[in-house]
Each structure stands twice: as C-alpha cells, then as structure tokens.
Design a protein around this ligand. Structure first.
Ligand code: SAH
Length: 354
C-alpha cells in the first residue's frame, strides 16, 4: 500500500485536506520526522508516526565526484533491493535530480548498464517521489548548496513501462514542490502504446518528453535497442509529428537523445539519416550524449572531433543540437553503473569537506 492509501485506511473519515497537508509537508522539506508535522492534531500525528514510514527507502550511501558537481546515491529499499539516483549541478546554478523508475530494466539497450541487469521490479510512486526528498534533505544538510530546479526521469528503468506509478509521482511533484511541468523531463526508449496514451490523456501532465533514438537507420537502431518493435522508426516519427503539432511550442519541445558510439552510429551518413528523420517532425531538439563506458561491452564513445562533425552536420541542416556535458564519470554516474558496478563510497570525512 502506498502512503496515501495507508493514510486513508487509517483515517477513513479524515477530510481530504488532511492528506494534502501531509504530502505538502513531506515535500516542503521542513520536517525532519513525523513529530514535526504539527499541522496535524496530536493524536493523528502519533498514529501516522507509528504506521506510515517516514521515507520509502531504508538507507542510503552517497558517492561524490571529485569536482563536487555530481552526487550519486544508492537507496536501499524495503525488500533489500537498491536503486540509484543522481544529483547534478546545472546551468541555472541549481540542481537537477536524475530519477530512477524501475529496479533494472527490460529494454536491454546494449550500451546501458541497467539494460544488462535485466528487469527486477517497478518502483512504487513513493520510491520514485522520495528521490526528490532524499536530495532535498541532502542539500539542506549542506546549507548554501542551493535548490533542486529540475528533474529528469533518466535513471534506471523505463518510465513508460511503469506508467501508473510514474504518472502519480509526476502529479505529486507538480502539486507539492515548486517545480512546474517544463522543469521535469520524462525520457523514454519510445514505448508506442504509452506514448499514444500521453498524446491523448488530458490527465497526463505536460512535462517535457525525450525519446532515446540513438539511430535513424533501421539496422543500427535494431542493434542498439534490440527490444524495439517492427518498423519502429516510421512509427515513432509519426507519433513525434503528432505530438509536436499538438503540444509543441517555444517552451515545450520534444527532445531526441542520441548516445554517440564510435563506428556504430556516428558517421555522417547516420547524421544525414537523423536529419531526414527529424526535419519533417517540426520543432525538436537533438541531445548528443557522449557514451559513458560500462564493463562488458566492447564499444567506445565517439571521439570529440567526430561528435563535433556530427553536430555540425545537423546544424547545417537547420536542426537544434545540444551536447550533454559528461559529469560524474569518476563515480560512474551513467545509468545503472552504481548498482551493477563495484564501487567504494567516499569516506565521510571527504564528503563533509564540501
Ligand atoms: N529508459 C529511458 C530512461 C533511462 S536511460 C530511456 O531509454 O530514455 C536515460 C538516457 O541515458 C537514455 O538516453 C540512455 O540511452 C542513456 N544512457 C544509457 N546508458 C548510457 C551510457 N552508458 N552512456 C551514456 N548514456 C547512456
């Protein structure tokens, strides 16, 4: 049972504003435990304290990059499994939280550590939303480090394979944190059925969407994302065209993510295929991502000069291109690396030296 269901089971007759007070209090980050939830009557507060867990994770281990701009936490869950979440400094002088939505992933992208792990289970809405609370507390402990201004659902898992919990989590953040929909990005491998739902369901919040494309050439895409359906490229192109027509505007663009892999998807032919694929869609942004090496795969990141050539070709064709900065390589902050890798956390004295 999630927190809200527990609350409603314990207090079936409580007016609905009571749950809203609880949720808003949890995400405002001012309380340190249930005793401080003094907005609730004492008897109610005591029961909540006894019966509703304060957080959806039991324990956390934090890793910190040498440059102090990326932190990664391994959150231990109630069933003993673990999931990772990342905090990165962003260009707005704030922090971006990278959120996981599943333990493991069934999509099996060949360059992704989480993909190699396979699927274990979906995260619950509380396990998803509490990644925000975890980093908010972490920043609060280190006063002066700023606020969370953005969230990206780009951690472990495929968000659209866990639609109900992800949708509920988005609603919680949008109602109980200062973040508006343009500050949250959901990244997907491109699951077509949930994408249709997103297009049509008025209940799906208008957060930003990013589709991990990685190649606009059929054979290359099939190699990189082996679980993709037949005729994926024309189908996702059709979806994207309708999405941009319906929801695209200056503040709301669709992004295609593209991990740059040496000799696999970084040729000028691939760039031209990508241009031809995206131009008919309308207002889109292409985000080129340098590959973060993972063990087990004999693939390498494209060389910086090749990434530049690739980006230049796209720009010449009139496309908007951004290059993702690599952050946290030293703490293996790419998807899935912490859980699957063997890493030692920084010792406490080092983390405190911030
Ligand atoms: N399943 C979703 C969200 C999680 S992956 C999706 O596919 O979009 C988030 C992003 O990280 C994706 O664009 C993915 O391709 C990228 N990614 C995964 N492994 C990576 C690696 N080793 N190096 C660089 N980017 C990686």
């Amino acid at each position: 049972m999630n927190r809200q269901e527990l609350f409603q089971t314990i207090f079936p007759d409580a007016p609905s504003y009571r749950w809203r007070q609880v949720e808003q209090g949890l995400f405002a980050g001012k309380w340190n435990n249930w005793d401080e939830a003094t907005v609730l009557p004492a008897a109610m507060r005591a029961k909540v304290g006894e019966q509703i867990p304060w957080t959806a994770y039991r324990d956390a281990q934090v890793f910190e990059s040498a440059s102090h701009d990326t932190f990664k936490a391994l959150l231990k869950l109630d069933d003993g499994r673990a999931v990772e979440t990342v905090l990165m400094a962003n260009a707005r002088s704030g922090w971006t939280v990278c959120v996981s939505t599943q333990v493991g992933c069934a999509m099996a992208c060949i360059f992704c550590a989480t993909g190699h792990m396979g699927f274990r289970r979906n995260l619950t809405r509380d396990e998803i939303t509490d990644q925000y609370r975890f980093w908010q507390d972490y920043l609060k402990e280190r006063r002066g480090l700023g606020r969370i201004t953005n969230m990206v659902l780009m951690g472990m898992g495929e968000p659209l394979a866990n639609m109900d919990e992800v949708q509920a989590a988005l609603h919680t953040w949008l109602t109980s944190t200062p973040l508006g929909p343009t500050r949250i990005t959901v990244s997907t491998v491109g699951l077509l059925t949930p994408l249709e739902h997103i297009l049509k369901d008025p209940g799906w919040p208008r957060v930003r969407m990013a589709v991990s494309l990685h190649s606009a050439v059929r054979g290359t895409h099939a190699r990189l994302v082996p679980t993709g359906p037949e005729n994926f490229l024309p189908k996702i192109q059709d979806w994207a065209r309708r999405y941009v027509r319906r929801h695209g505007n200056r503040r709301h663009h669709l992004t295609f993510e593209y991990v740059m892999l040496k000799g696999i998807n970084d040729s000028l032919e691939e760039a031209e295929a990508l241009a031809r694929f995206t131009l008919p869609i309308g207002r889109v942004r292409i985000n080129l991502i340098p590959y973060n090496a993972i063990p087990r795969e004999a693939i390498e990141s494209s060389l910086p000069a090749q990434i530049r050539n690739f980006a230049d070709h796209l720009k010449e064709r009139g496309l908007q291109v951004t290059l993702r900065k690599t952050m946290g390589d030293d703490i293996q902050a790419a998807c899935g690396q912490l859980v699957t890798g063997v890493l030692k956390p920084l010792d406490k004295s080092e983390s405190r030296a911030l």
